[in-house]
Design a protein around this ligand. Structure first.
Ligand code: ATP
Ligand code: MG
Length: 424
């Protein structure tokens, strides 16, 4: 019988890689707690309508990237393609938003039917934060500072660059839309098929085109930043000055429009040149209209989503893997039947007494040589040898596997002392 394969674009993350994921996740958990953010978990499935109403009908995500299906009740459901809509839905439904401030974070699996390639998958993961009830720009800067701190913690600051822009208000964009339509209409013959379609549905999206042939046309298009109101401009200028004050370098990128419709005012992306065309590792912005658009009271909000896979790719490129600690400290092996039959109890006793020690007990029999080989292969720093003749003496032998040091005998009663000498 032929073996069943995984679905295209859906990755298995194997033990060799989960080490790196855990390293990233540990840093993220430490980051959010240092900023006082709280975790929220929402379902992986939502009504399709939630996404079409929030992300926008004429966006790539809703037009062609969603995993939609009818359930047994003929209701249209979708695997979430992004995190914000679900969090806003939950916030409204559970009464977290009205007249309140919330600083939330999540780490979710997301699903988009895209062409799989390096840094682009059909199931991927995002770490995201969403802040509600605060109009900014101070919190806009706070969430940007959080991301900047994370790059520092991970040692990748020098490989990433912050791009910011302002999308102005809804009114600003309506005025800009007309200007843009007029411009692209004049250059209709230079537009590719995708952009021609966007001309009637969502002309701002044309600015986001990755087609090299379109770039000079886009470059010369009118700029949204030149058309925004004084109020929007003041928000943006404050944002820029706060970033400068915090010593965060940024580039103003007037073409930055983001792939989702709900943003206004501040938008930002962190880009890297290390990952080819999948160069955006984190994107976010303000979405002051989304809560009311989804049926809640108007609530200012700002957030971002960070692509975990892309950050992992960067960490892999830096060959950080070698610096990560081994998942095993001690591999316990035995010599003789009597010792073998007691290894389980001894392992449990050691785990009781040394809760931070990572101990792997040898199983499956085999002679001493075979066991030592396995201990070495496990990556453990020490082999703990429990031998027949040590049963009465109540001691074990400890053999360093990575350093050229002598094997020592340690009385069981002194294990704590041995641990403190070698681990702290
Ligand atoms: P892109 O322009 O690369 O398609 P996007 O604008 O669709 O990105 P967002 O929806 O803003 O991306 O999601 C935020 C982040 O999530 C991206 O910056 C990226 O790091 C990551 N991301 C988005 N789509 C994928 C995917 N299919 N596979 C892996 N990571 C992804
Ligand atoms: Mg995309």
């Amino acid at each position: 019988m032929s073996a069943i394969k995984a679905i295209r674009g859906m990755n298995d993350i194997l033990p060799e890689e989960t080490k790196l994921w855990q390293y990233l996740e540990t840093n993220i958990r430490s980051l959010v707690s240092r900023y006082g953010y709280q975790e929220i978990r929402t379902p992986v499935l939502e009504r399709t309508q939630l996404f079409s109403r929030s992300i926008g009908e004429a966006t790539d995500i809703v037009e062609k990237e969603m995993y939609c299906f009818l359930d047994r009740n003929d209701e249209s459901l979708s695997l979430r393609p992004e995190g914000t809509a679900g969090v806003v839905r939950a916030g409204i439904e559970r009464g977290l938003l009205y007249n309140q401030e919330q600083r939330l974070w999540y780490l979710d699996s997301l699903f988009r039917y895209e062409k799989p390639q390096k840094g682009r998958y059909r199931q991927f993961h995002q770490f995201g934060v969403e802040v509600f009830g605060l109009p900014g720009p101070d919190v806009d800067v706070e969430v940007i500072l959080m991301t900047a701190r994370l790059w520092k913690m991970l040692g990748i600051s020098e490989y990433v660059e912050l791009h910011i822009n302002s999308l102005g208000s809804q009114q600003d964009r309506a005025i800009y839309r007309e200007k843009l339509l007029e411009y692209f209409d004049k250059h209709k013959e230079e537009l590719d098929d995708d952009s021609l379609r966007r001309l009637t549905t969502n002309p701002l999206r044309i600015l986001d085109s990755k087609n090299p042939q379109m770039q000079s046309l886009i470059q010369q298009a009118p700029k949204l930043l030149d058309c925004i109101s004084d109020e929007s401009k003041a928000h943006f200028e404050k944002l820029c000055s706060l970033l400068t004050m915090a010593d965060i370098p940024y580039t103003i990128n007037t073409r930055l429009v983001r792939g989702l419709d709900y943003y206004n005012l501040t938008v930002f992306e962190w880009m890297t040149s290390e990952l080819g065309s999948q160069g955006t590792i984190c994107g976010g912005g303000r979405y002051d209209l989304l809560v009311s658009q989804l049926g809640g009271q108007t609530t200012p909000a700002v957030g971002f989503g960070m692509g975990m896979e892309r950050v992992i790719l960067m960490l892999q490129k830096m060959e950080l893997q070698q610096q990560l600690s081994s998942p095993i400290d001690v591999y316990l092996i035995t010599q003789g039947d009597k010792a073998d039959s007691r290894k389980m109890l001894l392992s449990e006793e050691i785990r009781n007494r040394l809760p931070d020690l990572k101990l792997l007990m040898h199983a499956g029999g085999g002679n001493f040589k075979k066991q030592i080989k396995k201990a070495d292969k496990s990556g453990a720093s020490w082999a703990m040898i429990f031998a027949e003749d040590e049963l009465d003496q109540q001691s074990v032998s400890i053999k360093p596997l990575r350093e050229n040091l002598a094997q020592i005998s340690v009385p069981l009663s002194e294990l704590e002392q041995w641990y403190h000498e070698n681990f702290q």
